[in-house]
Design a binder for this molecule. Structure first.
Ligand code: FES
Length: 107
């Protein structure tokens, strides 16, 4: 796994990523949907496993699911699983915050 620095520190990350407002992050060829929910960061693949829409254009519900804007499939930010198992799980990427910055782990 390769850790990619996205922000210089957590404070900057929190000013850039607002609660429950999914944000697209592009790292090389990977498109990642970065979310803060209940003060916790989650990074999942941006491409919906149903038909490929961009999850960062969707929204987050109170259950901590990202809802695809196209057909409203709901994916857990914790597990990447679709709520009714209608399509494949999302890939989840680890987030690491330390004194060197804010990182997403790419594999
Ligand atoms: S493309 Fe995401 S639910 Fe259909």
């Amino acid at each position: 796994m390769q850790w990619i620095k996205i922000f210089p520190d957590e404070a900057v990350a929190r000013t850039r990523i607002q609660n429950d407002k999914p944000q697209l992050v592009v790292i090389g060829e990977k498109r990642i949907c970065l979310v803060v929910h209940n003060n916790q960061f989650f990074a999942v693949q941006d491409r919906c496993t149903h038909n490929g829409d961009s999850l960062s254009k969707g929204h987050i519900n109170y259950l901590g699911e990202v809802i695809c804007p196209w057909h409203n499939y709901r994916f857990s930010l914790q597990t990447g699983r679709e709520s009714s198992s209608r399509s494949a799980d999302l890939i989840s990427y680890p987030v690491k915050i330390n004194e060197d910055g804010f990182f997403i782990g790419i594999f």
